[in-house]
Design a protein. Structure first.
Length: 123
């Protein structure tokens, strides 16, 4: 079981890295209206030109492969709730890597989501 926990944790680290890289890629784009198909296509073209986004795809792919390995080693009803640790990892990563503030409400909300997932997994 420890192996599965470590695999899920590693998968969530890779997924978090992908999320942070996606955010860095979107931060590098000028914010404009996304109304209309043309603006969506321009946004898509700009976002796909950012190296951080491609690195994010690679990170997410690595996380997915590790997730598959974890799923092969335990039941989905066990592995999936463990994935809720990503909420905590993202909160910490966003603070240290993106400079986002952690306030009481963000922390409480994140912990309540994790608690809810843990309670559901126990039923």
């Amino acid at each position: 079981m420890l192996k599965v926990v470590l695999l899920v944790f590693l998968a969530e680290l890779w997924n978090t890295a992908g999320q942070v890289l996606f955010k860095k890629g979107t931060n590098a784009i000028e914010v404009r209206s996304l109304r209309g198909v043309k603006n969506h296509l321009v946004f898509l073209k700009e976002i796909m030109a950012k190296p951080a986004v491609w690195l994010g795809f690679g990170s997410m792919a690595a996380g997915l492969v590790i997730w598959f390995i974890a799923l092969a080693g335990a039941d989905l009803s066990v592995v999936s709730p463990m994935g809720s640790m990503q909420y905590i990892i993202i909160l910490i990563a966003a603070h240290f890597l993106l400079g986002e503030k952690i306030n009481f409400l963000k922390l409480t909300g994140t912990l309540l989501v994790v608690l809810g997932i843990v309670l559901l997994s126990l039923s």
